[in-house]
Design a protein around this ligand. Sequence first.
Ligand SMILES: *[C@@H]1O[C@H](CO)[C@@H](O)[C@H](O)[C@H]1NC(C)=O
Ligand SMILES: *[C@@H]1O[C@H](CO)[C@@H](O)[C@H](O)[C@H]1NC(C)=O
Length: 224
Amino acid sequence: MNPNFLTIWFLICLSLQCVTTLASDPDPVQDYCIPNPKFGSIKTISHLLTLPCKNSSEATTDDFIFSGMKLIGNFSDTGLALIPVNPTVFPGLNTLGMSFVRADLKVGGINPPHFHPRATEIAYVVQGSVYSGFVDSTNRVFARIIEQGEAMVYPRGLVHFQMNVGKKPATIFGSFNSQSPGLQKIPSAVFGSGIKEELLEKAFGLSPKQIGKMRRRFDPERSN
Ligand SMILES: *[C@@H]1O[C@H](CO)[C@@H](O)[C@H](O)[C@H]1NC(C)=O
Ligand SMILES: *[C@@H]1O[C@H](CO)[C@@H](O)[C@H](O)[C@H]1NC(C)=O
């Protein structure tokens, strides 16, 4: 490519706003970056992003293999067990712009409405029968039952949910186009975050007693 071509391409790209289509995790500048444990323990993703990489000559096959989701995780009271897999537990993913999750649902179990601010998700049904959907920014809901072998995409930042409507446990494999998709659960963001009760009463038309009930359910610490 000669420089003129590049300039023209760049101008066309700007006018077509290609720049926005590039909005995702930063491009890696090397094949991979296994964080070097010598520089600190891996606790949080933001810390991880600042850790220097191991010398690539010290990388091993096992750095690129994750075995921690063979078993089901611990079930919440909504009948959902999640094993989120990101660089915090699988350092080999660092800088690769992706992460994933294993989700198991008991019969009738739900994954409550939530969204990921930094990633689009593909949910693949490994086994079971799942009512699955999302809501767009005009409040249109796109939902139906998806069966084993089917996949659904939840666009980045949109609220989505799942419920096991089958007669057997369900397992879903979710894949994200960010190593740090973020997770915001609607019920706890609204009722469990410490927003002033008066505002919640006015917003939802609920009585103080009803707000108290929601607080106890989604924010046990603050409601005592
Ligand atoms: C990485 O390891 C190789 C082989 O041991 C060595 O030659 C190289 O200097 C190391 N690079 C750094 C930046 O330490
Ligand atoms: C499940 O809970 C046990 C006991 O609290 C804990 O040791 C284990 O790490 C948890 N498993 C997962 C996948 O979070």
